[in-house]
Design a protein around this ligand. Sequence first.
Ligand code: DGT
Ligand code: MG
Length: 581
Amino acid sequence: MTQIMNTPRLKPPRREDGRIIIHFDYDCFYAQVIENQQPALKFLPLGIKQKSILATCNYVARRAGVNKLMGISDAKKVCPELILVDGEDLSAFRDVSKKMYRLLRSFSWNRKLERLGLDEYFMDVTDMVDYNVELLNRNALDQSFFCLSKDDPEQGFTYDASSVAGCVYGSTVSPGQDSTSHTQYLRLVAASHLARYTRMQIEEQGYTSAAGISTNKLLAKLVGNLHKPRNQTTLLAFTDEEVWSFMDTHQLRKIPGIGSRTTSILKSHLLPPPNLDSNDEDSPKEALTAYLVRTHPAVSPSSLERLLFAPGAERGLGEKTWSLLHGVDNSAVKPASDVPTQISIEDTYQGLDEPNEISTQLKLLSASLLRRMHIDLVEEGRWIAQPKTMRLTTRPYRRDKPYNWNRASRSVSLPGWACGLGIPNEDIALRLAEEVLLPMFRRLNPGPRGWQVGLLNVCVTNMIIVAGIGEGAGAGAGGAGRDIGDMFRRQEDVLREFTAYEEEVDDEERVAEDDGRGFPDEVTDDNASGKISLDRKEEGEGSDVEWEEDDHDGLETCTKCGHLIPSFALTAHERYHAMEP
Ligand code: DGT
Ligand code: MG
């Protein structure tokens, strides 16, 4: 699509291009893990099955017309020779993810390496790139050497700094030897070679990947999607206009950080009402691009703020959306950590109403959660970090309501005995369900019956690093003294826990059941609607991303008035009720 770059109506957000970020995304991740276990499968169409759909499929299958998240029966119709392997047990995927994370971390100088879900990583390579661009002999760019260690000048690789490694989006030539953009060009070129070198190292471990190279997380991720699998793309955009024109081509919903709520509000305000008689899939209803929103006369940061406002919604959403539309994303790549910021597990149901059923499900979830806590947080028989908070989230079952509809949660301190070692996990799980989760459930769902529960999510968070064992980063300040700033950061973390990130998630394909904290693990067919609905999921593999909105993050329902209140303000709110005449 060609677009004319008009002089902007409003002051565009300020673009920072001081950083260089690489985004890595493994190709058909679960399928590659299975292929490495059974190499003969590499050349056959392979699907990884979770309940009745494909969590993913390899590229042999994709070439035969099979897609990620297809129902098994449809996939078999399209490709009868498709081989199916069960992917319900995630341990192998987690193990590989951890191994790959450690490998990538070994390249990083500043340890700014953030994991998203199990197979995506952002790496801030600004320091490595700037160091190496300084070293360049501009008269012999084609014979350059990329130093991978400041201490050992021989550690590194030779490369041709006169051209980008891999694919390019944007201008393919340097913007001129003398311009300041030339240095920026050289930085991106150097980063593209580093990305390629790193990808090759990962390939030596048996895994192919795609990468995107740019100046922030948003742009790196989006540009990396352009050439998959086993490829990489560098965004060469040196002016605001070049960045906007890249962003403009994207559908709103494909932009990380712009969630389903924002998309549907903007669709209903900015697009003509859908023609109900038309079955045309390309009707304008589907086609809200960043360009349309960015250039719409009624759109400004303040109008977006007003439109997107909802009680409890993230403040500054208008400004943030405005920035994302312009390709501006100043969020930092979080420092590497072995400790996830939260661990949670959930299941969806078609309206649980029996106290016994609720109790059984809470026991099952509590047992799974405890297993995960031990896998992720216990090393060599010791806790590397201990969660301090436990949260229960519930939502009633309604087929036609958005995922977050009436979602409510409560948090309590996790009792110390939950982290007991040497006590059978089953006993702790049972006690957690009975003494912690069930009372929380009753507070969230007062009344003897009629809850029609559609979702139960059990989560532990507020990780405290056990001094001298775990690493810092995001998960808490370890043994460091607590100051008020730390307390607020924690509060922010709590409110951010439901942050969502839905890359390439098509509303219609993956259904709004994905709240995006990483990705859902299991899926079921929803026979009645013929759509796929996501079922139980776990997350917490460092997958929190701060650029996503969510509708009711960290909110709890007041049992008196039914209003959603931020968790930290609930006690004050309850006091207010107590003072009422
Ligand atoms: P790609 O990156 O397009 O080559 O393919 P994948 O399979 O790597 O897909 P990606 O990167 O979106 O997700 C990584 C893994 O996470 C994937 O292998 C399976 C799992 N996964 C992602 N999205 C979903 C989902 O919506 N449902 C389920 N059950 N699993 C998912
Ligand atoms: Mg992938």
